[in-house]
Every structure is written in structure tokens, then in C-alpha cells.
Design a protein around this ligand. Structure first.
Ligand code: MLT
Length: 398
């Protein structure tokens, strides 16, 4: 009999968004006549911009002729895309090198897979609430997690506690689910803490394109010293509407080196390269063509037209909550609005109440951690009509 990974017994029965789908499906089967508005999972609704689509078409055409046909590509991504990402960072005043960029099918996979590089007995520090992938993937590996509280008192931006040690620290900014975003000084404190502790920051910047406040950093590598202590994950899902086509990237600086228990210097860049070349065969050429277009000046301008639309949705949601006197966070540098459940309800009760009485689906804060127990998240990725309708229904209900 195989011995199974019994760490799976320590996980909640289903992944957060699978549980939401399950409840919504049950409701919709029982009430087929009701129109459900889904503002739960952050899935985009606008089509991909024409610059990206043109390039994807070119990619498809390339597959139709033996002169241009592409089989296996480089596991790390084609040079044209890695270079386009380097240029994009340079335009944001951050310098990285092409062989530090690893193209992948998304930040979800990479933030989960990166755990392969670390031994089991690390101290893992994770903010609560947070994107559940960080927690679940470490539980799958049987690691001990220490949580740091993000709450209304610290504006959902926890800062390092210098009396506590950690080896691996997860940070998501702009944050999923709270929408809070760190400034330069705050991130510098995290970088200093990581350097002081010989620790690594796993920095998820999947929502950097939603930053409207120009004074906020878009990359951890905008902070001095970060190349010695951080890995950055990013995604085209929300930036360019690639939730269905799948493309993201991870930046592993070559300066990121640690000494093994036997005194051998180990490079995280070389290890990730080894891991990816062994377990991953790269993103399709067609998708990478579209992704490279997203990083061009014209392509990014098109991405920002869509982002602007979602930001207007965020404002509609925020204004609707403000009108009812409901305290909310986020929605400005982020596509998510995080607010206190009405009537002090627990978040799953609030989820069921909204689904049953307004047919609006959101995400219960408890799914992101214990500090989300009394909070709820709405996404601005719906279409305009549904967003307005959802806020109207909420307005009528309370
Ligand atoms: C979310 O709704 O939190 C995200 O869309 C999930 C994801 O990016 O995997």
C-alpha cells in the first residue's frame, strides 16, 4: 500500500473558490429562475485587447507552416517575452535581467511550486488574511506556519516584529483580499527584516497594475537590498485578461544565494531553473506572443483601458457601501473591496444571506484566514450592468 501524504488531512475539505462554486451551484439548481451575480472569484470579464489578440493570431499562423512551426520552447520562456518583461520593469525604473525572469502559466502555480526549493523545517510567516494558496501549499508540505495579523488597526498592512524570527515570508501587495498596498518605507522595513534574519521574501505582485497612487512601489525590486532576499511573482491574469489563456512570471535574482548545511553555496535562480526544466515544459508560443504584446507600450495602454473600467466598478461598489455607512478597505490600488459584514454576521453566514436574498456572490473573509471572519470581499471584475445591479440589490436588502 502506498503511504500517502497525510498532510492533506490537515487541509480544509475544499479550496476556497471550489467551496463557493459548490454552494452557488446548489443554489442555482434549486432556483433556476433567479439571476445570480458573481462578484466572488476575481475573474475578468472584458475581452483581451486587440494588440494581444493580433499577436496570438500570428502565433497560431506560425503553427500552420513548417518554416515557422514551433514545438517545445524554452522552459523559462522565449527570449522575446523575457526581454519584453525586462523592458517593462525598466520603464518602471526597476532593473532586472532576462535570465532572472521565468515565464509560467501563472502566479498561483508558481507561488505553490516555489515551496519545492525549501526544506521542511523552515519557519514560514504568512499574514492573515491572505490568498489561501500560500497557506494550503505549505500545509500540503507539512510546514509550520506562523501568522501575522492584518487588521483594521494596522490598515491590513502588518509590519515585521523584530523579536520574532522567520525564514520565509509571504507578502502580497496590493493585497488579495484586503486591497491594502505597502509604500516604499514599509517595504524597506520588510527587506531589512529579511536581510537581518537571512530570510526570503516571497512577494506576490499580481495586482501591481491596479496601483493608481504613483508614490507606491510596483515591485519589491524597487527597494534597495531586495535582490539579496526576495523572489517576485506576477501574472497577466488581471493585467491583461489572461485568466483563461494563462501566463505569469517569476523573477528570481541571481544575487539570491544561501549556503547549504555542508557549506556549499546554492543559487535560488539555478535551483528554480533546475526545477522548472525538470517539471515544466513552458507556456505555449501562442500565449507568449500575446503576453509580449501586453508588455509593449501600446499593449499596456490597452490593458489599462480595461483596468480603468474595473476601477470604475470598484468605485461603484465603494460608493454603494459608503452610502450605507459600511466601513470598507481597498478598491483604489486594487480590484478588491474588503468590508465589514453587516449586522456583525460571520462571513459564511453573510455569504449565504446575500446569495439567498440578493443572489449576489462574494467571497467570505474567513476563507482568507481567521482575521477575515467578520469581513467580505467583492471583486470589481464583473461587468458594469451586473456591478450596478448587485449594489442596488444590496442597497435594497439592508
Ligand atoms: C481571487 O479571486 O482571489 C483570485 O482570482 C484567485 C486567483 O488569482 O487564483
Amino acid at each position: 500500500m502506498p503511504k500517502l501524504n497525510e498532510n492533506y488531512l490537515n487541509l480544509k475539505e475544499s479550496y476556497l473558490f471550489a467551496e463557493i462554486n459548490h454552494r452557488v451551484k446548489a443554489y442555482s439548481e434549486a432556483h433556476p429562475e433567479k439571476k445570480i451575480i458573481r462578484l466572488g472569484i476575481g475573474d475578468v470579464t472584458l475581452p483581451i485587447g486587440s494588440k494581444m489578440i493580433e499577436q496570438m493570431h500570428e502565433g497560431v499562423d506560425a503553427m500552420a507552416s513548417s518554416e515557422t512551426f514551433k514545438g517545445y520552447g524554452p522552459e523559462q520562456g522565449y527570449d522575446f517575452l523575457r526581454n519584453a518583461i525586462v523592458d517593462y520593469y525598466a520603464r518602471n525604473n526597476v532593473s532586472i535581467e532576462a535570465d532572472e525572469v521565468f515565464v509560467s502559466d501563472g502566479a498561483k502555480s508558481d507561488t505553490g511550486n516555489i515551496t519545492d526549493l525549501f526544506a521542511q523545517d523552515n519557519v514560514i510567516m504568512i499574514p492573515d488574511p491572505v490568498y489561501p494558496v500560500y497557506v494550503d501549499t505549505n500545509i500540503m508540505n507539512g510546514r509550520n506556519i506562523t501568522y501575522i495579523d492584518a487588521n483594521a488597526e494596522n490598515n491590513f498592512l502588518p509590519m515585521p516584529d523584530h523579536s520574532k524570527h522567520a525564514d520565509i515570508i509571504y507578502i502580497c501587495s496590493p493585497n488579495n483580499p484586503t486591497g491594502a498596498a505597502y509604500n516604499y518605507e514599509q517595504l524597506k522595513e520588510w527587506v531589512d527584516y529579511a536581510l537581518e534574519n537571512d530570510a526570503i521574501l516571497l512577494y506576490d505582485s499580481a495586482y501591481e497594475c491596479f496601483i493608481t497612487d504613483e508614490s507606491l512601489p510596483r515591485s519589491i525590486f524597487a527597494i534597495e537590498g531586495a535582490k539579496k532576499c526576495a523572489i517576485e511573482f506576477c501574472s497577466l491574469s488581471k493585467t491583461a485578461g489572461f485568466t483563461g489563456t494563462r501566463c505569469g512570471y517569476t523573477i528570481v535574482p541571481k544575487a539570491l544565494k544561501f549556503v547549504s548545511s555542508k557549506g556549499i553555496e546554492m543559487s535560488l535562480n539555478a535551483m528554480w531553473n533546475r526545477r522548472q526544466t525538470t517539471k515544466f515544459n513552458g507556456v505555449s508560443y501562442i500565449v507568449q506572443k500575446g503576453a509580449a504584446a501586453a508588455f509593449s507600450v501600446e499593449g499596456m495602454a490597452q490593458c489599462h483601458e480595461n483596468i480603468k473600467y474595473y476601477q470604475e466598478n470598484a468605485k461603484i461598489i465603494a460608493d454603494g457601501l459608503a452610502k450605507k455607512g459600511i466601513r470598507y478597505f481597498g478598491g483604489v490600488n486594487s480590484p478588491y473591496i474588503w468590508f465589514e459584514c453587516l449586522n456583525s454576521m460571520d462571513s459564511w453566514d453573510f455569504f449565504d444571506y446575500l446569495l439567498n436574498n440578493a443572489q449576489v456572490v462574494g467571497t467570505p473573509g474567513a476563507g482568507f484566514g481567521k482575521n477575515g471572519q467578520k469581513y467580505f470581499r467583492l471583486t470589481s471584475f464583473g461587468n458594469r450592468e451586473n456591478t450596478i445591479e448587485a449594489m442596488h440589490r444590496i442597497d435594497q436588502l439592508f
